[in-house]
Ligand binder design. Structure first.
Ligand code: GDG
Length: 506
């Protein structure tokens, strides 16, 4: 892991994200006031926590844990990590109506489906937008307060589509401050073309664009998302000037830069889980249980989300076992489909659809001693997940749209036996980066079936050669390389900026 302390010298990092890095909770069913703390899983927290520790900055996030209020002071602050405090966590409180409107509403029922261009899931209400504005204002207030308190020149790093308005709101709040604040944002999901974004009410799509243009730098996974963003600027912010080659927008007397920084994973951590005694043993057990002589194990891992193409995957498997009866008993699939956002009806319905779809396939093709699809619809621990990846001869990622898709990279990292084949949707950010996967279009069921047949019949030498190339490529682009590249760019831009000025368009 590179030493990121060489960056941000003389600056204080203030991170803004919806998810908090440490969550306090009361254990269900436990007696008394016993408060426990956990670190939510996910690559982002693992990558950013060390950076926060060495820069001693502040992380601003929604305090969502059941015991969060008890463990913070009256301003929502506490020192973390709990075992060896190194930075400040500033919690922002949301009530049920905020969560409904801002999080489940505008962020996840309007922006999420539009950014993924899945219009049938788009659901927009005025109340969603109003709450999104209000919550973004609250986060901008908190970030501004932290910026004023920062011992050194602040760099604010906003994460994701939950906070499209924070950059410009923050810039307004800090206008006139003596110290410049550098504001930047990572957008973790696709950015849609103008014809899609304009399905939002006018106030919302112009608000989103002007909000984002409050940044000094906006980071995307792929060049396509950056180009879509520039198309939207061209269309919706007429007073701006778009410089496509330099990926820059001139707005009033300010420049907004865009950068392409494909996110990655902690490769060594996944690899050591897969190689560890637990990972290795569980992988062997899975193969023993599910792989027939000369047969293969397919795996897939997703949050249950309509963007991930799970029903489309089931349709392809149905067709595969129909057209290729010789693959019955020879190919078993382990499908990890972890419930997510279950408060939303469309997600709950999808969970049920997946369970019913798997059952129908198992009823149709299952035989004595053989279940075609093993569905795991609960959270799997990290070692368990690594063992599933390691055991898989084929990993199928069939996202309809996906900003990056970390599962593809996790599979490569865990495939330490170098015999696996990655079958990857071309509509993931990962497809723009990974050269040796078999690319598929999840909307074309025949193509997915052909991709799977090619994967299971690929000669061992070709499998190994492809997997080795993918592994070498991944080792050169880990989450720490991603972080380092962004921090280097921030340093470069922040050093050339002299003073903070309010955005001209606000
Ligand atoms: C967003 C963008 C972008 C899933 N089930 C379990 C489990 N997972 C973990 C996976 C992986 C993560 O969840 C999912 O990451 P993805 O990248 O596939 O997708 P999103 O959650 O939609 O993330 C995406 C990402 O942000 C980063 O920028 O790549 O495009 O949509 O890490 O392993 N982990 C464990 N148990 C499970 O049951 N432990």
């Amino acid at each position: 892991m590179p030493d990121t302390s060489q960056y941000l010298a003389g600056r204080t990092l203030i991170l803004v994200s919806n998810r908090e890095p440490y969550e306090h909770f009361h254990e269900e069913g436990a007696a008394g006031d016993d408060v426990k703390v956990r670190r939510p899983p996910g690559g982002l927290v693992s990558a950013l926590d060390p950076t926060m520790r060495c820069t001693h900055g502040t992380w601003v996030a929604w305090g969502s844990g059941s015991a969060d209020r008890e463990t913070a002071d009256e301003t929502g602050r506490l020192q973390v990590p709990p075992e060896s405090p190194a930075y400040t966590l500033r919690r922002v409180w949301l009530d049920d109506a905020d969560v409904d409107g801002y999080y489940l509403g505008f962020a996840n029922s309007a922006l999420w489906p539009l950014c993924h261009m899945l219009l049938q899931h788009y659901d927009m209400r005025q109340e969603y937008w109003d709450r999104y504005v209000a919550v973004n204002e609250r986060f901008a207030d908190a970030a501004a307060e932290e910026a004023r308190r920062a011992p050194k020149a602040p760099v604010v790093w906003v994460q994701d589509y939950h906070f499209a308005l924070v950059p410009s709101l923050l810039r307004q709040r800090l206008a006139g401050e003596r110290r410049p604040t550098f504001i930047h944002q990572f957008w973790h999901i696709p950015f849609p073309p103008p014809d899609i974004l304009r399905l939002l009410p006018t106030a919302a799509y112009t608000g989103v664009m002007r909000g984002l243009l409050g940044n000094d730098l906006i980071e995307f996974h792929t060049d396509r998302y950056a180009q879509n963003f520039l198309d939207c600027v061209d269309e919706f912010v007429p007073e701006s000037r778009v410089h496509r080659d330099g990926k820059r927008v001139r707005l009033g007397d300010r420049d907004v830069s865009l950068g392409v920084f494909p996110i990655s994973i902690d490769v060594e951590q996944y690899e050591s889980l897969a190689r560890g005694p637990d990972g290795a043993q569980k992988a062997a057990e899975l193969r023993e249980k599910y792989v027939a002589d000369g047969g293969s194990l397919g795996v897939s891992v997703d949050r249950v989300d309509y963007t991930k193409g799970i029903p489309e995957r089931l349709r392809a498997l149905d067709q595969l076992w129909t057209e290729a009866p010789e693959l019955r008993r020879k190919l078993t699939f382990v499908v990890v489909a972890t419930p997510s956002r279950s408060e939303l009806r469309s997600y709950k319905t999808l969970e049920e659809e997946v369970v019913a779809g798997v059952k129908a396939i198992n009823d149709k093709f299952g035989e004595d001693g053989w279940t075609p699809i093993v569905l795991i619809n609960e959270n799997v621990d990290a070692a368990g997940l690594a063992s599933i990846y390691r055991a898989g001869d084929v990993c199928l990622v069939s996202s309809l749209q996906d900003g990056m898709n970390l599962v593809a990279k996790e599979y490569i990292a865990c495939n330490v036996d170098e015999q696996g084949v990655l079958v990857l949707s071309r509509f993931t950010g990962a497809a723009a980066e990974i050269d040796d996967a078999i690319l598929i279009n999840p909307f074309n069921v025949d193509g997915v079936v052909a991709g799977l047949r090619r994967a299971v019949t690929m000669p061992p030498e070709e499998r190994r050669a492809r997997m080795q190339r993918m592994r070498r490529q991944l080792h050169r682009a880990t989450i720490f390389d991603w972080l380092e590249a962004i921090l280097a760019r921030v340093d470069e831009l922040a050093s050339s900026a002299t003073e903070l000025r309010p955005a001209a368009a606000e």
